[in-house]
Write a new protein. Sequence first.
Length: 196
Amino acid sequence: MRGFVLATTNRDKVREVRFLLRDQPVTLRTLADLPPLAEPDETGDTFEANARLKALHYAAAIPGLVVSEDSGLEVDALQGAPGVRSARYLSPSATYPERFAAILTQLRGRPDGERTARFVCAVAVAEGARVMFEARGTIEGRIAHRPSGDAGFGYDPIFFSPELGCTLAEAGDAKATVSHRRRAFAALTRWLGDLK
């Protein structure tokens, strides 16, 4: 059985990753299971750069495999915003309803074809000073005209998935069948399975 530390304190992400890995022969610890560590500054200009930066930062202090992810929402009509600043969009203290309102205001009057967007999840695995593995998962969709659903987190209430026919916040457990995080972590579990 493979084990790794998931380098996050975000309880929603931890819950989702645990659900995604529930049938896999892996053991998962998080930063909450370890003595407090300083957080790195997320200075990368891509999801991949931030995932790599965080993985290497924590791997320098934690023995064994450390998995980090960086994820967020890209809206085409907003030139990819909020992008890598998804968790800090508007300001670090802004609420998600405030962020929804800002995005919906900027897209007001635009038809569905001009509301295209995607969620991106970049995963990096590091051990010591070396990045061992990287993967990227995406889900394509569009920004809904209003928030709907309460089963998700983050931007899920305004992200409509054509695959599911609803927002990710309305999808419940079905979100795990198509999500960006599922696709990135599926690649990770295949890699872990190949380790000798």
